[in-house]
Design a protein around this ligand. Sequence first.
Ligand code: LLP
Length: 422
Amino acid sequence: MHHFSYRSGVLHAEAVAITRIAAEVGTPFYCYSTATLARHFQVFTEGLAGLNATVCFAVKANSNVAVIRTLVSLGAGCDVVSGGELLIALKAGAAPAKIVFSGVGKTEAELRLALSHNVGQINVESEAELDTLSRVASSLGKTVRIALRVNPDVDAGTHDKISTGRKEDKFGIEWATAPKLYRKASQLPGIDASAVAVHIGSQITELAPFEAAFKRVRELVQQLRADGIDIRHLDLGGGLGVPYDHNSNTMPPSPEEYGAMVKRVFDGIDCSFTFEPGRLIVANAGIMVSEIISIKDSSARRFVIVDAAMNDLVRPAMYGARHDIIPVQESSSATAPVDVVGPICETTDCFAKAYPLPASLKAGDLVAFLTAGAYGAVMASSYNARPLVPEVLVSGDQYAVVRRRPSFEDMMALEQSPPWAE
Ligand code: LLP
């Protein structure tokens, strides 16, 4: 469910016409809907009703401060994976106690930063990291709650490039080693080893892999408790998928079904819970809008060349991901298959092949890429010296540019001539 719909034939974000934003901001741009963000956060939270749960939005999915602030104002905490994301979460007003610091390789400086801000939990991914954290925490006279992120060796059945829970993936601590490392952690100064974390991947469209992983976590908790390690908190990660293709009839499980499964698996466990959803909260709350530069016919294909490119939305090029594409001006014209491509000098700069779009589309028309709010703007680059794509947030009949398009001067600001060339 999202709040992008046609009104009088023009695509609107809530009550704001996309054509108006395009005229004032220029294209391409990302546009987020506050009402959709709020709704997704609410639906996810409602699915967890009855659990003592904190929802920590995975900042990596969308690190726009205004977006995060919107979620924080609704009660969200943040899951961060770098010092930069930690500072963004704090800037957006997240309570430090509701910040979880995850990530495969945290530097000592990042651990120090997290400790100095008293984050609620650090998810440790290796023995070396545990040792460093203990040393830094005790030197600061602090004790921090940690979870070991355990790798349950479960195949989430998702895209190979975003699967994290198999033993050959680089993530987490191997299942068999976890009890030993917990015993060690429980003896270390500065460490409160009272949590377990698991995250098996992203865009997961079935409950079964989650359930398999969570059942293993439950067994581990019981084993650890029997060992005298008092586990009180479970961080179940993110990963619940969203529908990207309106033609597909396979729908990912709903937050309600997901929540019911979690309650079933952990019935009577007596723990508090943290969840780290990213995509589920923001994906459908965002679109990317682009203008058609030109249409080119070859003997084999019709190419719709748009002014957005793989540097603005890399998911199709990187993962073969599909995003629905719709015209901003509703059209009754019959559709014809076209390749929607960007202007970058790479074959992979292609958003969709043989995609049905109205045959009447012409240069100057606008199109919207749907479900682009997660892993869209955050993964953008300025490849081909293209300015980073701006972001707009809509609320009701208002909109604001919440990240402006950099000027050429902005883009050059970090460059310097070497002294020998002056
Ligand atoms: N927690 C941890 C430890 C994670 O690594 C991730 C995502 C999340 C939570 C949030 O997962 P979500 O709820 O968003 O599925 N760039 C890729 C997705 C990478 C996901 C990385 N980790 C894409 O565009 O599909």
